[in-house]
Structures are given as C-alpha cells and as structure tokens.
Design a protein around this ligand. Structure first.
Ligand code: BGC
Length: 748
C-alpha cells in the first residue's frame, strides 16, 4: 500500500465530491458561478430584499457575520428552495477564541504550549458556533509577529514559526474535527496570507517588507503547517507585501500556495481587500482590482463586489478565462460538499451540547490556567496562603470587570457568563478572608485616581495587595495598535504609590500584548501575566493565586524592556558583531568624551542593552525544574537521518507542576545565515515533587531544512548546536553534525 495515499474510503469520498462538483458546475450559468464567488455581510434583523433577490437568482455563495439562527435558516432556505440549483450557503463568522464560552486570547493560548488543550478549545468553539448554523470560522490567525505594538498580536500565536505552526494546526483540528461533514465541525481558515504581522511600526494594515528568504523561513511555515493539517480555507491579507498587496499577489497565491504547496482548498479575500487594491495604488479601479485578485487566485470576495460587477466583462475580454473561473467555483463548491451542507444545510442545535455548559467552562478554565505566565515571584510571595492571611486589598480596574477580561474579537461572548477575580476569590475564600476592593482607576487608561486616599487605606489595612491592571480589550485587536506599550494611564504611578506601603504586592496583568514592565518590575513582588483569560479568568486566577494549581505558562513572545527594542525576538541573526555582557555599556556609565570606539563596538542599545526583560519560552512555576543528562543517540546523522535526544527533567521543588521542555538548535554555518536559536520541538510534562523524568525527542534532519539563497529548501551538511531547557535561554547544550557531501533539496 502506498503510504502517501489517503485510505481507500477517503479517496472514494473525495472522488465522489469531485464528481458531484463537476455535475453541479456543468449546470451553472456564468452568473451563477460568479454569484458563488460573492460573500455578503448579513444583518441580524433579517434578510434584506437585495439579498433575497440575489439568493433567488443563485448569486450569493456566502454570508458572514450573522448568528441569528432564524436569519441563518431563512437564508439557507431561500438558497436551497427558491433558487434554481439549490446551493447552500457558507455562513462565516470570526469565532476566534470561543463563541459563547470565551477562551484566552490566542496569544494567551499560545502561552500554554499545550496543543491538546488548544484543540479542545477550538472544538468547543466549533460546537457552540455550529448551534446557530455558523459553518466556517475565520481562524486560526497564524501571522508571525514580532511587534507588540501591533494590536492584532493578541490574535496571533506569537513570534515563533514552529510554535505557531503546531498550535495553529491544533486549532484547525479542533474546528474541523475528524470529519468536516459531521454535525459540530466547521471549516477553519488560515489567515492572513501573508506577512500581515510584519506591518511596519506595528501599525495595523501597514506595509510589510520581508525578504523572500525570511518570508519562506519564518512567515510561511505556519501556513504550510495549517495546510498539512487539512485546513479548509485560506484568507488573504490587507497588507502590501514587498510592493504587491497580498490580495493581488500572484507570487503568494499562485506560485507558493497553489503550485509549490499544491493547495486545493478555497481562498477568500479579507474584508473589502480587493477594492482596496486601488487604495494601495496597485490598480487603477475596481475592474482592475477584480482582475488582479482573480488572476492571483482569490476564489471568494469578502463584502466588496468587484467580482460581481466586473468578472463577466473580464471574461468576455479574454483577460480571465472561463476555465479559471470554473476552478475557483469548484474550490468553493468542494468546500460546501466537504462540509456536508447539501445533506445538512440547517443548524441542528438539539444534536449539539448546550452553550457555555459545565464541560465547556472547564475546558476554558484549563486553558486559562495554563496560559498564565508567572514572570516574577520574589521570596515565594506566591502562592498566597489562606491560613496566613486575614485580608487582602484587591485593587485595580480589571479586578471586577467581567467584560474586559474577555479580550478582543468576542463578538458573541457574554460578560454575564464570565466570572471576575473578585467574584472568584470571594467564592473560594468565603468568610475566612476580608477582601478590601478598590477600583482605583475608572479604566486602565485613566490618568486620575478615583480616590487615592481610599485606595491607599484599603492597601494599608490589608495583609497583602493583589493588583489587577493591564489593558482593556479595546486597546488591542484589529486597528488597535499602540506606540507606547507601557501600562497605560496612571497605573505605573499607582504601583509606585502602593509600593510605599511595603505590603507584599502581587500584580496580575491582563493585556492583549506584552507590555513594557521594566518601570514597575522592582516594585512588585510577583507578576502573573494573564493576557485576556476569557470567561473563566476569575476562577483560574484564583486557583493560581492560592496555589491550587501551579503556573505553567511560557512566553510565546519576547518581552522587551522598552518599546525602542522592538523588534526583539529570540530567533535573531547573530550579526558580525554579536554583543556580550562584557561588550555592553550603559550610556549613564560612559565617561565624558569617551573615545568613539571605546564602547564595545557590538550590536546593542546604549540605553537598553541587548537582552529582553523576559525571553521567549520563559515562565516560572511554584516549583522549580532542573535539567540533567542531555544525551544524543549519535553525534552525527545522515541527511535523511534522525537522532534521539534525551534529557532528564527533575522537579526539585516541593510541589507538583508542569514544565515545557524545549529543544532548540542552531545551524552554525549555512548557505544563508540562520537564527542563533530555533525552537524545534517541545513537550509539556507533569512532574510530582521530587520526580525525575526522561524526556525524549526524535530530531530528524528534515526538521533542520531551510530555504537557501536560491529559495530551494535544503538540508545541508554541517555542525549544529542543540539546547534543551525551560526557556530560549536554556544553556544545557550539545553538538551534532549532519554528514554528507552536499546539500539536498527537499519538498516544502
Ligand atoms: C479581518 C479578518 C476578519 C474579517 C471578517 C477583517 O477586518 O482582518 O481577520 O476575519 O474582517 O470579520
């Protein structure tokens, strides 16, 4: 049996779908074909006359952004019963981190480094969204970003191609399930193809300039991983990539996606991103925009209608061929068949679990628990011991705000379902703990205190302070970028004032991005970085605060000391003048009139050095882990070889805990310069106090492939370093060599 072929049943199903698509396509008029390529914005109020008419004429393929089950049923009914061919609709919705049960924002989910939990989260989201008839989500967003100013970093899975690919694929599996046609499965969408996360200055929608080699080695691998996991659709991006907007980019959509990767699914534009080709200065008018987008290979146009207005004349003029349109329509129809929409077009809520049910809440809690990163814990200030405390001051605008803890992109989440830190602490501690609550600031952005004397009094009269600060949801997400990524408003000032009480101070940060914490880091005893944790924020944080569970999150993104260090990421290139502790001088320490060449002459900032505040992969626990006995099965491997890497991980503390064991490599000399470290694998392990566990990785030479100067994907002989540990600064290391006469080219 050929192992590369899908099982016979899958082959048969795919052949049957192919036949059905061909049969249906043969019956379609050109207007109906072009109609399938249109996606319109729906209204919760009902089906508009225009949309009804378009549906009756078979001239609408999809509707997005409605969740009224009645409207969705009516839309499907018209499409099925009142049109000539009865083709069901794709119903799209941004179900990004939960539908009603809200999970942590994706960046928070990524901090869990737990693909299983992330898959379950997407599964819950799919089951809930499917109850109203949503059959397509615009997730996962797998744009690599290294810029916390960018508001959509909240929606991303962080800076690393491998981690992002693994977790994005987990989301795809969760949304789509094992069988896309099963009730409760919805189509996923890999977005935004491509380069959107490299927006200049972190300004949303901005131009991205990414050298092709970097594009292929860093920005595209997560999309390939999503494709390999069977993602049903791709969405293009808003940005201009190297002078060609992504939504008219033949190189991306035709050469890479279709030709090199052999993608057979459908491609949708982003919201009006086709008409925006003209705004970019790439096309002169809507007709040219339609031409460029269709020519590049966008199958469906989101919201704008350049296709419905101009495709027919472009075909008549011979600029777009009918065969090309047929291929695009086939991509759309194939998805509708794969989803089983011809058999089951209507929602079947009675066959699906209830919204926000206990299991869904527990899944969201688990993920919230694992997404929180313990960044600092001086003198074991955490966990708080209920027996040793009679009161705490719970201070800050995010301590009791059921909405703001949900984060960006929560169209359907309901604050009434979510539990705040205050509510959860009260439920947990009951009468045994006095909680002196004080909001201190109206919002995280407020520059004036509500009543600072009252706030200080609350702190003074308590045994410990728990501060809930950060950013409200509106400060991150689409079109919500910031140039200053410090704690906004008077929050830093608040910390400085409270520090004067000398009470133990625990800071919980809820935010959509890494914030610059250096100005306050020495003034608090512990920091739990919670992102926006979602519906179960309160109970998850309470469990962590009081040590019911030990934190196990690890940063999926580097935390800069100050914004001027951005972009700062662990997988950087070495440069010809790498900095070291010895080569770095702080500007305050420079002697007057020091010689120009006396300052180390290496790559660093005079005011920030070269290290981040917290590195990628970092996160503490209430216990501690050490690593020993790093062993490689061989110090050499062939170009098609594999080595086994083992390392002992020891829980040397007194509590159980989870650790993310990370494996990094560096290719020391290559056809193109390679990053100083690259994450290659990771495993999350659970160890009881004192337990030692051997963790085993199989490292294949193929995992070390990269795109070279000629854009061939190669495995190259040479020496590699390898590290294992609990963060990207892990120092337990070894070396190995790939042996061979010459580099070999391998498939993408
Ligand atoms: C966003 C997409 C989203 C779409 C539909 C756009 O503005 O960029 O990510 O899926 O809107 O809501």
């Amino acid at each position: 049996m050929n192992k590369n072929l899908p099982p016979a049943s899958a082959q048969l199903a795919s052949q049957m779908t192919k036949d059905r698509v061909e049969i249906l396509l043969a019956k379609m008029t050109l207007a109906e074909k072009i109609g399938q390529m249109a996606q319109a914005h729906g209204s919760e109020d009902g089906v508009s006359d225009d949309q009804r008419r378009a549906l009756e004429l078979g001239q609408l393929g999809s509707v997005l952004n409605i969740v009224s089950i009645d409207v969705i049923c009516e839309l499907q009914r018209i499409a099925l019963e009142d049109s000539r061919l009865g083709i069901p609709l794709l119903i799209g919705r941004d179900v990004i981190h939960g539908y009603k049960t809200i999970f942590p924002i994706p960046l928070g989910q990524a901090a869990s480094w737990n693909p299983e939990l992330i898959e379950q989260g997407a599964r819950v989201a799919a089951l809930e969204a499917a109850t109203v008839g949503v059959n397509w989500t615009f997730a996962p967003m797998i744009d690599i970003t290294r810029d916390p100013r960018w508001g959509r970093i909240a929606e991303s899975l962080g800076e690393d191609p491998y981690l992002c690919g693994e977790l994005g694929a987990a989301m795809v599996r969760g949304f789509q399930g094992k069988d896309l046609s099963a009730i409760g499965s919805i189509a996923a969408c890999a977005k935004h193809f491509a380069g959107y996360g490299a927006a200049e200055g972190g300004v949303d929608y901005n131009t991205a300039i990414i050298a092709e080699n970097e594009l292929r080695n860093v920005y595209l691998p997560p999309f390939k991983a999503a494709l390999d996991s069977g993602v049903a659709s791709f969405m293009t991006a808003f940005n201009d990539l190297n002078g060609v907007p992504a939504s008219g980019n033949e190189f991306l959509l035709k050469q890479i996606l279709r030709e090199e990767w052999c993608y057979q699914g459908m491609v949708v534009s982003d919201w009006e991103s086709i008409v925006q080709l003209t705004e970019h200065g790439f096309t002169a008018n809507d007709k040219e925009a339609a031409f460029e987008a269709a020519n590049a290979g966008i199958d469906m146009e989101m919201v704008s209608n350049t296709y419905s207005q101009h495709l027919e004349s472009l075909i008549i003029e011979g600029r777009i061929s009918l065969a090309q349109v047929d291929e695009m329509v086939k991509n759309i129809l194939r998805l509708k068949f794969r989803l089983g929409l011809f058999e089951n077009p209507y929602p079947q809520p009675d066959k699906l679990p209830a919204l926000v049910n206990h299991d869904h809440r527990q899944a969201a809690k688990k993920l919230a628990l694992e997404s929180v990163v313990l960044l600092k814990n001086s003198h074991q200030s955490l966990p708080l011991r209920l027996s040793a405390l009679s009161s705490i001051a719970l201070i800050g605008p995010l301590a009791d705000d059921a909405y703001e803890q949900l984060g960006t992109w929560i169209f359907d989440g309901d604050a009434d379902d979510s539990e705040t830190v205050l509510q959860a602490i009260n439920a947990f501690a009951g009468d045994s703990l006095t909680v002196n609550v004080d909001r201190a600031l109206e919002t995280t952005r407020s520059n004036t205190f509500i009543d600072i004397d009252r706030t200080m009094a609350a702190a003074q009269s308590s045994d410990a302070i728990v501060l809930c600060l950060g950013e409200e949801s509106i400060l991150s997400g689409e079109a919500h970028s910031r140039a200053d990524i410090s704690l906004p408003g008077a929050q830093e000032q608040l910390i400085h004032l409270l520090a004067k009480t000398a009470k133990p101070m625990i800071l919980i940060v809820m935010a959509g991005r890494p914030l610059t914490l250096e100005p306050i880091i020495d003034h608090v005893d512990a920091i739990l970085y919670a992102w926006h944790p979602g519906t179960m924020a309160g109970t998850a944080l309470t469990d962590l605060l009081f040590g019911e569970v030990s934190p196990s999150g690890k940063l999926p993104i580097t935390f800069p000391r100050m914004v001027g260090q951005v972009p700062i990421y662990y997988g950087k290139k070495n440069t010809g003048k790498p900095p070291s502790a010895e080569s770095v001088v702080h500007m305050n320490d420079i002697a007057p009139r020091a010689a120009q060449t006396s300052l180390g002459m290496s790559a660093f900032h005079l005011d920030a050095g070269f290290t981040p505040l917290f590195p990628f992969g970092f996160g503490l626990s209430y216990t501690s882990f050490t690593y020993e006995n790093l062993h490689l099965s061989s110090s050499t491997m062939n170009i098609d070889g594999v080595i086994t890497v083992t390392v002992d991980v020891i829980n040397c503390g007194e509590r159980e805990g989870q650790e993310v064991v990370q494996l990094y490599t560096r290719d020391l000399a290559a056809n193109v310069t390679r990053p100083v470290k690259e994450l290659k694998q990771f495993q999350k392990v659970h160890l009881s106090a004192g337990e030692r566990q051997q963790v085993k990785f199989l490292l294949k030479a193929s995992a070390l492939a990269f795109y070279d100067r000629k854009m061939n994907r190669i495995i190259e002989p040479g020496v590699f370093h390898l590290w294992t540990g609990g963060s990207s600064t892990a120092d337990l290391n070894a070396s190995f060599e790939i042996i061979g006469d010459k580099a070999v080219t391998v498939a993408p």
